[in-house]
Design a protein around this ligand. Sequence first.
Ligand code: HEC
Length: 105
Amino acid sequence: MQFSRVSLSIAIALAATVQAQTVQAAPSASEQTCRACHDMNSKKVGPSFRDIAASYRNDPDALAKIKKSILQGSTGKWGNIPMPANAIPDDEAERFAHWVLSLNK
Ligand code: HEC
């Protein structure tokens, strides 16, 4: 996977910002971190939560895959900009994963 220099440096800048925020923020504030890059209905830095939900609609492993992406980051699934790993607890990643999939209902 090859990234353009520009989107890579944007991603690195964003990742640095996000890390700085994560250190200060309480766990309950991590949703704000996600929203820096994700919108409910339209593409922002990352795909919209509804698009993500829809693309996993028929995937029996959706929960595990989404949780893993949230915890470890994700590259090349949606475009050229990678998602950095999110420094949140395991159970919170699971909560987010459930929440994303609940948008299909
Ligand atoms: C710095 C920007 C950024 C932040 C912060 C961020 N994301 Fe992402 N996210 C992205 C990008 C970009 C992608 C697409 C990655 C790819 O193409 O694989 C993505 C993809 C995803 C996906 C789809 C993964 C997949 O496997 O298809 C989920 C789910 C997701 N993000 C949830 C979250 C949640 C929840 C948070 C907050 C805890 C969060 N993101 C924070 C940028 C971000």
